[in-house]
Design a protein. Structure first.
Length: 135
């Protein structure tokens, strides 16, 4: 019984880590590709305001896939594209952070090691200086 319970806990931990890593990869891919919404062109944005993407985490285990841009004649805006909430039994370290990826190069705004843990088990996600995301 303990073995089955432990397996289930590890599977849930793996799923949470894979979901966060996947969301980070989505943010990077959208930034590198220069992803814009239907109906938008580069003329929609200021020269330095083309969209870039990232993740913003909140202390309660919730994190958002975000899109940041500056429209012509406006100020910088940040949109939440997706929201993910982890099981409250998991601890994320650091508990609150923002990481974005540069357009074209995919370089991260910061390198980072993210630990997702439950009791004695943990999974580590790293983001290196080139924007590579490893789990």
């Amino acid at each position: 019984v303990n073995t089955i319970t432990e397996f289930q806990r590890n599977a849930a931990l793996d799923a949470a880590a894979h979901e966060m890593a996947s969301t980070l990869r989505t943010a990077r891919t959208k930034s590198v590709a220069g992803s814009v919404n239907t109906g938008e062109t580069s003329a929609t944005f200021t020269n330095d305001g083309l969209p870039y993407f990232g993740i913003t985490t909140l202390a309660n285990g919730t994190y958002n896939l975000t899109r940041t841009f500056t429209p012509i004649g406006g100020s910088e805006k940040k949109e939440i594209l997706e929201t993910h909430t982890m099981d409250s039994l998991f601890t994320v370290t650091p508990s609150s952070f923002v990481i974005t990826f540069a357009r074209v190069s995919g370089a991260p705004s910061t390198t980072m090691t993210i630990t997702i843990a439950r009791t004695t088990n943990s999974r580590i996600i790293t983001v290196d200086a080139n924007g590579n995301i490893n789990l």
